[in-house]
Write a protein that binds this ligand. Structure first.
Ligand SMILES: C[S@@+](CC[C@H](N)C(=O)[O-])C[C@H]1O[C@@H](n2cnc3c(N)ncnc32)[C@H](O)[C@@H]1O
Length: 381
């Protein structure tokens, strides 16, 4: 099948995680920039990448990259591209534009120019004077940065965080892509105990169970490129069958979630069930102040309320104090906390964090505080 260039889009701070995921899927020569990982692939790789990438937001097909200082230049260069190679006569091709630090400043004008150039090109090619746009979706993105225009077509459709298992979200749910990244950035491995004492709708634990069981995150959803005649349903079916066959049973995972809120616990159970991992995780309604840990080794990954969006500060302090009390002498526990509250390390006094990663939860700047625990005897990290 045809050689193409793909771009996996991710949130700032997660580029390395996504790069590793793409490498594990067998791709080489990855070019990493802010929020983007570009790499060469074949058209037939699009299904596998969309089905398996856990931490990327979407996968884009790169059409071209060129300098554009004037709208005429943008029009002419866009029109010379072989759009008919990708977009059939009934294809739907909306255009989305973004321009940053460039001579062409109006995203809206760039959007209409690109749309016009593609329409004109396709009209000439298909010898028609209008398009029904009733067929499969080819969402064109034009992004201009430092006067360099990049044109892509989105292969994913709905963002990859939508796995198809979460119908209900709870109060402030994490995106599934970020939750998976938190697990991947931790020292958790499937033979180790994992808890989230403030689990909300259970996203972190569900993603962990899916990683442990090698469940492809995209198995329960569809993708824009699934409708593209160019790839063909047989290639998609083969990728889906392979993902289905790759699932592991793993009945012995030790994953536990707690939340003070009964509705959140119910939602977490509902979501875990939909994700197919309900027998791998135990959820229980419990106040973190009542949490009692008798195990010497384990991993905790959690995102407490930030205080901005939920719970007042006094409640937040009580949560931090409870975590500190339970874990301050448990040196065999690795603790990972995602929060926008920079005061967390002042309360968690076991040690200073071994590492603080700057990430984004939606548009909120957050820190991922990582406290490494001692290694369990006779086990890996
Ligand atoms: C930011 S949310 C967690 C969201 C979760 N990561 C998800 O993806 O749905 C914080 C959770 O902490 C819970 N919580 C607040 N105070 C608590 C307490 N004292 N004990 C246990 N859970 C608590 C809230 O009910 C809420 O579900």
């Amino acid at each position: 099948m045809e050689q193409i260039t793909l771009i996996a889009i991710t949130k700032f701070g997660l580029e390395t995680v996504v790069k590793n995921e793409i490498t594990e899927l067998g791709f080489e020569n990855l070019r990493v920039s802010d929020g983007k990982i570009e790499f060469d692939a074949e058209l037939s790789d699009i299904p596998r990448l969309n089905l398996w990438l856990r931490c990327a937001d979407r996968v884009l097909l790169k059409i071209a990259e060129f300098k554009a200082f004037t709208f005429d230049e943008l029009y002419e260069k866009t029109k010379t591209l072989p759009w008919e190679q990708w977009i059939p006569v009934d294809g739907e091709f909306p255009v989305d534009a973004k321009t940053v630090k460039s001579t062409l400043q109006s995203s809206k004008t760039c959007q209409s120019i690109v749309k016009k150039a593609v329409v004109d090109r396709l009209m000439d090619h298909y010898a028609v004077d209008s398009f029904s746009e009733t067929g499969s979706l080819y969402s064109i993105k034009i992004s201009i940065r430092d006067d360099i225009a990049q044109l892509t077509i989105d292969t994913s459709g709905v963002g990859l965080h939508k796995r198809g298992y979460r119908e209900e979200g709870g109060d402030a749910p994490l995106k599934e892509t970020l939750a998976a990244a938190l697990v991947k950035l931790s020292f958790w491995a499937k033979d180790r105990l994992l808890i989230d004492p403030l689990c909300g709708s259970g996203t972190i634990l569900i993603e962990a169970a899916m990683i442990a069981r090698n469940i492809a995150p995209g198995l329960k959803r569809t993708f824009a490129a699934e409708e593209w005649p160019l790839i063909g349903s047989d290639v998609w079916q083969a990728a889906r069958r392979a993902a289905q066959d790759a699932k592991l049973v793993n009945d012995d995972l030790q994953i536990f979630g707690y939340d003070i809120d009964a509705v959140s616990v119910k939602t977490a159970r509902f979501n875990a069930n939909k994700a197919g991992v309900s027998r791998n995780i135990s959820f229980e309604q419990k106040d973190v102040k009542e949490l009692w840990i008798d195990r010497q080794y384990g991993v905790l990954i959690s995102n407490p309320p930030y205080g901005r969006r939920m719970a007042n500060y006094r409640e937040l302090n009580a949560i931090y104090i409870a975590l500190n009390k339970t874990f301050r002498k448990k040196n065999g526990w690795s603790i990972y906390i995602l929060t926008a509250d920079s005061k967390f390390p002042d309360y968690f006094k076991r040690a200073r964090p071994n590492r603080v990663r700057k990430l984004y939860n939606g548009n909120i700047k957050v820190n991922y505080y990582q406290y490494y625990g001692e290694k369990p005897p006779n086990e890996g990290v």
